[in-house]
Ligand binder design. Structure first.
Ligand code: XMP
Ligand code: MG
Length: 184
């Protein structure tokens, strides 16, 4: 086990490293079946996607391409502001492409609602939403994942790419932060 000074801030573990690994492999196999003859373009939503993206593209062994977009709506809070900003734009033409959006968590839906419209306006042929976590209880926009790793309750979760104030992204598991950490 690696040394950690983050474990002490975690109230409970929701998904272990092994559970996450196994689920991502299942998701990769499913994506392979659907996309292996379509040269899909994986578009990861930064920053939260970075670990999931790395594992998902390796779990999906089909010819494909990788791209990133930076979006932000949280401004260091634990609730979405509803206003989505592009912090890093797409660097290539996506018209006619079959897009696989890779997100860490679908929560209020504000981020992906914005992104879906944005990519359709840029001429994407199809958009498939893949999220590691889905928190349907907090949805504010009519948007649903095509493929989700796990459903989570209405709690602020961190780890495996998900942050609080940019920290905890490097935890190998996903857990619920102790409330006293973010009420400080
Ligand atoms: P929305 O609310 O727009 O959220 O669907 C999408 C983005 O917000 C971040 N997010 C979270 N990050 N724990 C986190 O660490 C959470 O419980 C959480 N909920 C939303 C996340 O970056 C996601 O891309
Ligand atoms: Mg975040």
């Amino acid at each position: 086990m690696a040394k950690s000074n983050m474990d002490q801030d975690i109230l409970k573990v929701l998904f272990s490293e092994q559970e996450i690994h196994d689920r991502i492999q299942e998701m990769g196999n499913q994506l392979y079946d659907e996309f292996h003859d379509r040269n899909p373009l994986f578009v990861g939503v930064l920053n939260g996607c970075f670990l999931f993206m790395a594992d998902l593209v390796r779990a999906t062994q089909c010819k494909s391409e990788v791209e990133f977009i930076g979006l932000s709506s949280y401004q260091n809070a634990t609730k979405s502001s509803g206003v989505v900003q592009i912090t890093r734009d797409l660097q290539r033409d996506i018209s006619g492409r079959d897009i696989i959006v890779v997100e860490d968590i679908l929560d209020s839906g504000n981020t992906l609602y914005f992104l879906k419209d944005y990519m359709l306006a840029k001429g994407a042929n199809s958009i498939t939403i893949v999220t590691l976590l889905d928190k349907p209880s907090r949805r504010e926009k009519p948007i649903y994942p095509d493929l989700a790793g796990f459903e989570v309750p209405d709690e602020f979760v961190v780890g495996f790419g998900l942050d609080y104030c940019q920290q905890y992204r490097n935890m190998p598991y996903i857990g619920v932060l102790k409330p006293e950490v973010y009420s400080k």
